[in-house]
Design a protein around this ligand. Sequence first.
Ligand SMILES: Nc1ncnc2c1ncn2[C@@H]1O[C@H](COP(=O)(O)OP(=O)(O)OP(=O)(O)O)[C@@H](O)[C@H]1O
Ligand SMILES: [Mg+2]
Length: 302
Amino acid sequence: MQNPTTIDDTQAMLTAQGYVCGRALATVVFLSLKLGRPLFLEGEAGVGKTEIAKALSAALGRRLIRLQCYEGLDASSAVYEWNFPAQMVAIRTAEASGGADRAALQTELFSDEYLVERPLLEAMRPDENGAPVLLIDELDRTDEPFEAFLLEALSDFQVTIPELGTIKAAEPPIVILTSNRTREVHDALKRRCLYHWVDYPDFDRELEILHARAPEAAENLSREIVAFVQKLRTEDLFKKPGVAETIDWAKCLLALDVINLSPEVIADTLGAILKYQDDIQKLQGSEAKRLLDQAKATLVPA
Ligand SMILES: Nc1ncnc2c1ncn2[C@@H]1O[C@H](COP(=O)(O)OP(=O)(O)OP(=O)(O)O)[C@@H](O)[C@H]1O
Ligand SMILES: [Mg+2]
């Protein structure tokens, strides 16, 4: 599919993939596609950062290439590696057949055949469906040297392999970077990108997301679930539930044939929305009932 031509188109395109987003997010996505700028998304866990890349790749019919960041990730595992075992076999074979031409062997060993492409290099390769979507996920988990390296790779969309030369993307990939903000990402990298803070959705949007992702849930139950989760997020918790938890919880309640929320049902299924014992502890006793009553009070009869 062609890139969307307006913000409304962008929003509709994402909605068609079951991704519900507001105007502000649709605007940065549209601009990022139009200007060919990487999109940097920050936000709490489970608010739909990673999902945007998936929705975009599905909507545009582009390949999704994911670089999952972690502590200690280095350039070689992000760009390419040489297939060392295969190289060893080739050397042994050449030795066994005797009189190997050293120069020819050297050239062969460092050719495409022995090159293992990692996400960044893969994303530079041409693709018949158009440039892929490159998702650089959870960037805050890497360290600064890798960030500096990334900055370079993203500024000219090229990577250099000493033995092979420089490979430049004919068409730059669509780049989405995400961070949970466990640390600040460097300004220099942010400056290259369009930025958006993905916040928790408000009641209406979260209900819309639930309709999209758990359509089998009855309207009444969906509204109660969203109202309760929204209420829960205003509490002082160690880890607030994300949208992912709302969806999970709805699915758990459906599996239990729950029709309405009650303090008992909430107590039995809290593990779907709260993942820390301290937080779960806080909702023991009459607390769940108090929150549920408050949540229900916010629901105007549908
Ligand atoms: N706006 C949305 N529209 C539709 N589904 C959504 C939306 N936001 C979140 N989701 C759902 O929530 C789930 C979690 O989203 P996602 O994995 O993108 O979160 P994340 O922000 O990347 O979280 P983390 O920081 O933990 O990686 C997705 O599988 C998706 O189903
Ligand atoms: Mg994610």
